[in-house]
Design a protein around this ligand. Structure first.
Ligand SMILES: [Cu+2]
Length: 266
């Protein structure tokens, strides 16, 4: 590679990375509306650490291609190994990865720890290509389900023999969250792997067929009634993946039951 190409290559890479990061961070990280600020912190730590390394590497690449460019009479040299250099880059990389790991361990523990005792409960079941949302109703208990009972009339296989399921409230693609009250979300799938994603709340949980996974978080801002937020599917799950989206409404905690009942047409 010639002198000019080397410089242009490295500069273009650096500029592209910086500009695209600044440009895409906005849709990736919409304003935070939940108590999960630590996720943003972890993302920033990882981004800054890897970003600095990436930019330094590309500057080095530019310098090398300029410094050791082809020249009249220059001879290539070859050497077999350099243990000191190899140890250095291995240990430095390991140290950076440890910083990222330890930074995230506490976060992982807090996200996956037990939810507050007064948390509300909702179940979200992914299905090609929609989100079935179920609230437990007055008894606070979600009725039993069995995939063998699933049909066009009973999408998530609710068991009619279970009394706890009688007052369950089913919604399609509509999720209501209480403001300032923790909510436990039971995530399930009826068919393939989906991923329950609420970008503004920094919640992303795979929906695995045959498994019930629980996540919890607390919504911190009300959404205007005419401006609901999005539930996205973050796992490519089939031809209709792009239209597998729902709406999220954050309401006052005291109005949650009424809002859910109204949405169900009760
Ligand atoms: Cu999906």
């Amino acid at each position: 590679m010639g002198k000019l190409q080397g410089l242009l290559f490295a500069l273009a890479t650096v500029v592209l990375v910086v500009v695209s990061t600044a440009y895409f961070m906005k849709p990736w990280m919409p304003p935070l509306l939940s108590d999960r600020g630590d996720i943003d912190h972890a993302i920033w730590v990882a981004l800054v650490l890897t970003g600095v390394v990436f930019i330094l590497t590309n500057l080095l690449l530019a310098w090398f291609s300029w410094r050791y460019q082809d020249a009249e009479g220059a001879r290539a040299i070859y050497w077999h190994d350099n243990p000191k250099l190899e140890w250095t880059w291995t240990l430095v990389t390991a140290a950076i990865l440890f910083v990222i790991l330890f930074n995230a361990l506490g976060l992982w523990a807090s996200i996956n720890g037990p939810a507050p005792a007064d948390a509300a409960l909702v179940e979200v079941t992914g299905q090609q290509f929609a989100w079935n949302v179920r609230y437990p109703g007055k008894d606070g208990i979600l009725g039993r389900t069995d995939f063998k009972l699933a049909s066009q009339e009973n999408l998530i296989g609710l068991d009619p023999a279970d009394a706890a399921g009688k007052d369950d409230v089913l919604l399609l693609n509509q999720l209501y969250l209480p403001k300032d009250r923790a909510i436990r979300v039971r995530v399930r799938s009826m068919d393939v792997i989906h991923s329950f994603f609420l970008p503004q709340f920094r919640v992303k949980q795979d929906a695995m067929p045959g498994m019930v996974t629980e996540v919890w978080f607390t919504a911190k801002e009300l959404t205007p009634p005419d401006k609901p937020l999005e539930i996205a599917c973050a796992e490519h799950c089939g031809l209709g993946h792009y239209r597998m989206r729902g709406q999220v409404h954050v309401v006052a905690a005291s109005e949650l039951d009424a809002a859910v009942a109204a949405a169900a047409g009760q």
